[in-house]
Structure formats: C-alpha cells, structure tokens
Design a protein around this ligand. Structure first.
Ligand code: MN
Length: 140
C-alpha cells in the first residue's frame, strides 16, 4: 500500500515518468529488507535489480484509448515528462512464487512467504497542478 501511495505522489506535471517506478521500487525494497528477504546495501540492490525475483514488471502504463495504451515512456536516455491530461495506471506489486529463486548472495525465502502475491492498482489523471485518482472510489 505504501509503495503505491508513494508512487502516486510522484504523479504531477513536470515530473519524469520514471520517478513513479523508482519510488515504488525503493519502498518495496525497503519492505523486503525489513522482512530480511533482501539483504545488503539498498543502493546496490536497486542498481543491480536484485529485487526482480519479487517485482519483475514496471509500475504502470498509459491509459486512455485502450487497456494497455500506446505511448512513449522514454526518449532515449530521457524519460517522458508528465503533462496535464495524461492518464496512467499505478500498480506496484510483490510476488513470492512457491519456486522463487533469489539472486546470488540473497537469502532463501522461508516457506511461510511462498505463494503470496499482491498487486494494488489505481488509474490516475495528471492534472494542471497535481493529480486525481480516478479510481479513488474503488475498494482496495
Ligand atoms: Mn494494468
């Protein structure tokens, strides 16, 4: 939940699109470190994507014309900058497969965590000065 609300807080005009995913990843990694499912230096875990066995997709996509809408996320090295009127999903998750294989140097996942998967999604409009969560009325 915190990863998702923190990621949504990055949705405002002028902010790079990539900040949404980066924010979600950082909160998820902090949580996985608290649970001792990831160990070591947080910056290294993020840079080397050692969280990927738990979180293997991006945090959202454009929305508007179709379910998974077309649109550019990145111009070469430069992320798309958010603009008023854009609509996107914010949907981080954590998945702990029964057969999860941690990356080298990371701990084995205890049995009690295996088989759990959670994803929380909202659809968010970039407004002139911030954002509006279009799905705010949907229970989660
Ligand atoms: Mn989606």
């Amino acid at each position: 939940m915190l990863a998702q609300t923190q990621a949504i807080s990055q949705v405002y005009p002028g902010n790079p699109y990539s900040k949404i995913h980066e924010t979600a990843v950082r909160v998820l990694v902090e949580g996985l470190m608290d649970l001792k499912l990831l160990v070591g230096d947080i910056e290294e875990i993020i840079k080397e994507e050692k969280y990927k066995p738990f979180y293997m997709h991006r945090t959202g996509h454009w929305l508007g014309l179709d379910l998974h809408d077309v649109g550019v996320y990145q111009y070469g090295e430069n992320p798309q900058v958010l603009q008023a009127g854009q609509v996107l999903t914010v949907e981080p998750g954590i998945y702990i497969s029964p057969h999860i294989k941690p990356v080298e140097g990371q701990p084995e996942v205890p049995e009690k965590w295996r088989g759990i998967g959670v994803r929380i999604e909202d659809d968010v409009l970039v407004t002139v000065d911030n954002h509006e969560v279009l799905t705010a009325g949907v229970p989660k």
